[in-house]
Write a protein that binds this ligand. Sequence first.
Ligand SMILES: NC(=O)c1ccc[n+]([C@@H]2O[C@H](COP(=O)([O-])OP(=O)(O)OC[C@H]3O[C@@H](n4cnc5c(N)ncnc54)[C@H](O)[C@@H]3O)[C@@H](O)[C@H]2O)c1
Length: 435
Amino acid sequence: MGKTNVKPANGKLGILVVGCGAVSTTFMTGVLMARKGLAKPVGSMTQYDKIRVGRGADKKYLHYGDIVPLAKLEDIVFGTWDVYPQNAYRAAVYAEVLQEKDIYPVRDELEKIVPMKAAFDKNFAKRLDGDHVKDVKTRWEMVEALREDIKRFKKENGCDRAVVVWAASTEIFVPYEERIHGTLEALEKAMKADDREHIAPSMCYAYAALMEQAPFVMGAPNTTIDIPAMWQLAEKTRMPIAGKDFKTGQTLVKSGFAPIIGTRCLGLSGWFSTNILGNRDGLVLDEPANFRTKEVSKLSTLETILQGEEQPDLYGELYHKVRINYYPPRNDNKEGWDNIDIFGWMGYPMQIKINFLCRDSILAAPLVLDLALLSDLAARAGRWGIQRFLGFFLKSPMHDFTQNEQPVNHLFQQYTMLKNAIREMGGYEADEELD
Ligand SMILES: NC(=O)c1ccc[n+]([C@@H]2O[C@H](COP(=O)([O-])OP(=O)(O)OC[C@H]3O[C@@H](n4cnc5c(N)ncnc54)[C@H](O)[C@@H]3O)[C@@H](O)[C@H]2O)c1
């Protein structure tokens, strides 16, 4: 380790995942299997990537854990909440992402991960019918019950620190309203007044986490922490926040592929992205109000990479469309099609087609691990508020929209930000040298 000032990762880290569905159980099973040496955590940057530190004769390529003090997989304890009471073993079997042979060796450990009752409001996800739900009267009571859960979980499991990651269903679209979400004071007032329209259950989880000194990560496209009131709470509690929406399949491809078009000054007239998927996530997203949340997140990617105002000849007329179709036979094995209409010299049109037959939760699981470990690291490094360096893992990176800040969606710019944050926390100089 270099000259890092980050506090060491002593003791146990509780990773509390909201939602005990396909993504969460794939993540937990993979970590438990990796701990036993029975699986490899492929796709995880914190476990595999190496970053160059130093220059010239001093240059070295090191794993993140050799640059900064990261929590070890052995030190993780899992907790969860869900509207269904099944333990993580039964939920993993139900999700049908992993084969029995990849779950069975850690069955005992998974069976001990039993969801706490969810803070839930059916109006935010109409297609879910679970009743393992907290009996609370107001949003403020929801917050208080969740704070108790986090406190109790830490105590019972001897955790020194905790992180809360949302991997629960996408809620209906909650538009930003300045009078409610603009300040912490207004948000707290609305929670106390039980304003169920503007205060989503996810906001109660985030509020409770930050108050209990746990960083909060939003893995779905929900508005939750993407509001000034939550930025103020993160500042007040000195806690990191990151969001939103795990960047897994189609958007990962988009944010890596769009720079090819932009870098070569080719034109783009249209990008049509469509998906079929059949898991519970797909079922929830089949509801128009829930899909709207996802659509806003997925659409935001191209706008900042290929900017019509900067290059009106090339991107001024760009038509971007995203569809998600619920199709049960495919379950978690989503298929994404991208049809990209580009044009070249003198405006002559061409097409590119990308057909990604992916596995949603297999792509998402390493992101949950990386986001949890890196937000815990950020907390120990004294970094609070929006963690822009975690945008690499997210479809719609949070940014201060009240100051007109533009988010960075370009995958390779995001990677530079990630590497530099690790370098800085490790006591090395940030740089943009090519490796
Ligand atoms: N898998 C991916 O590639 C990917 C990518 C980006 C984002 N996401 C998002 O991650 C989330 C999880 O995806 P999934 O495939 O695991 O879905 P899933 O439906 O299998 O699991 C979500 C779980 O959350 C539970 N839940 C819903 N509301 C809750 C609440 N208020 N409190 C506690 N639990 C609640 C549901 O009962 C369900 O068991 C979704 O929002 C999805 O959009 C997934």
